[in-house]
Write a protein that binds this ligand. Structure first.
Ligand SMILES: C=CC1=C(C)c2cc3[nH]c(cc4nc(cc5[nH]c(cc1n2)c(C)c5CCC(=O)O)C(CCC(=O)O)=C4C)c(C)c3C=C
Ligand SMILES: [Fe+2]
Ligand SMILES: [Fe+2]
Length: 337
């Protein structure tokens, strides 16, 4: 089949191919109960915490969930989006991006799904199959591949594939240096700099990962570095005008360094007062960007006499949808027109 050949239609004239846009997941309310339910599912995944269950389950159920659910619920409450179409920013923006992609890709049925929580990826695949979909394209909203995130989505896809003979499932692995995506991130940074004036330094902050994962072969760190270098090159930034750091450490073991917090302290100590922070690993805004960077780290930097300006994620921006649509056309030329 060529790039431009029409998709075979289902008996009802609807597309028989679905694009499932998958994100991590998020609580369905900013309450300790909902956060506990979400964290319990997330932190039970062996891809995320690989500690032996004998040790991890008691620690999770009797220490982490009781201690963490309430303060984390307060954090979610501080960023929650009100209104009929509201909710956790990660859910709201993921839904919005799926709608924007649906408009870009008329031959596909585009839906959003979550690895943890609702709408569950496993249930979504099953529902689509019951509605006649036989071909599935899966787009994890992680530009950089990690076993803790992308591979966990692949686990669900593999399980569904094994249970659904006759269905074809294909998945994007990563898009960390995809030219369209790099251009969209660079454009968003460029627009911010035009509007607000360029800061003295651009910090690209990525979600962290235990160092151990990288030591055993996870390509995540190398892909974050390649993404940051490509974005800086697209903006024409000299090496001393930007840096890369890792945020959102969880637990006590060694995570990737330098941390975003330490990097901001070092910049303040060097007399850098105006820092623009962007988070290119987060396709959409979430607790880690809106609460951790734009609220907590910004407050900490202000206390050191500086000004931190957070540049929002691409979210449901048309540039984002166009870049991902091109990526899908290039990745699946026989299916995406
Ligand atoms: C962008 C890529 C991500 C990687 C890699 C990643 C690894 C990773 N995360 C945790 C623990 C937590 N992460 C949490 C939130 C969270 N993580 C990502 C993305 C990546 N995580 C996103 C997009 C979010 C936001 C979710 C939202 O609802 O807005 C949380 C929950 C919040 C909290 O309790 O602080 C935890 C916990 C580990 C352990 C890990 C790698 C092993
Ligand atoms: Fe358990
Ligand atoms: Fe995380």
């Amino acid at each position: 089949m060529t790039d431009t050949a029409p998709l075979p239609a289902s008996p009802f004239g609807l597309p028989d191919t679905a694009l499932v846009v998958v994100n991590l997941g998020t609580p369905d309310a900013a309450t300790p109960t909902a956060v506990r339910r979400y964290l319990a599912e997330f932190l039970h995944d062996h891809r995320v915490v690989d500690m032996t269950r004998w040790l991890w389950c008691p620690l999770l159920h009797f220490v982490i969930l009781p201690l963490r659910s309430r303060p984390v619920a307060h954090k979610y409450a501080s960023i929650w989006i009100d209104g009929a179409d509201g909710g956790s920013p990660l859910a709201v923006h993921t839904r919005g991006l799926a709608r924007a992609l649906d408009a870009e890709l008329p031959g596909l049925r585009v839906v959003d799904a979550m690895r943890y929580g609702q709408p569950s990826l496993a249930d979504t695949l099953e529902r689509l199959r019951s509605e006649g979909i036989r071909r599935f394209l899966v787009l994890p909203l992680y530009p950089q591949y990690s076993t803790s995130t992308t591979a966990s989505i692949a686990d669900v896809v593999d399980r569904f594939r094994a249970s659904a003979p006759g269905c074809e499932l294909r998945m994007v692995k990563d898009y960390h240096v995809d030219a369209g995506w790099v251009g969209a991130v660079a454009d968003a940074i460029g627009s911010h700099r035009e509007r607000e004036g360029a800061g003295d330094h651009l910090l690209m902050s990525f979600h962290g990962l235990p160092q151990r994962f990288v030591d055993r072969g996870d390509p995540y760190q190398a892909q974050c570095e390649a993404s940051a270098a490509a974005i800086a090159a697209a903006l024409g930034l000299p090496a001393d005008a930007w840096s890369l750091s890792y945020q959102s450490r969880f637990g006590r073991e060694q995570w990737l360094s330098p941390s975003t917090e330490d990097t901001l302290k070092a910049l303040a100590a060097r007399g850098v007062t105006r820092v623009d922070v962007v988070a290119p690993g987060f396709a959409v805004d979430c607790i880690e960007t809106l609460e951790e960077i734009a609220m907590m780290l910004a407050e900490g930097f202000a206390a050191q006499g500086g000004q931190l300006r957070y540049i929002p994620s691409l979210n449901a921006d048309a540039r984002h949808a166009r870049a991902l649509a091109s990526l899908l056309r290039a990745s699946f030329p026989d299916t995406v027109a």
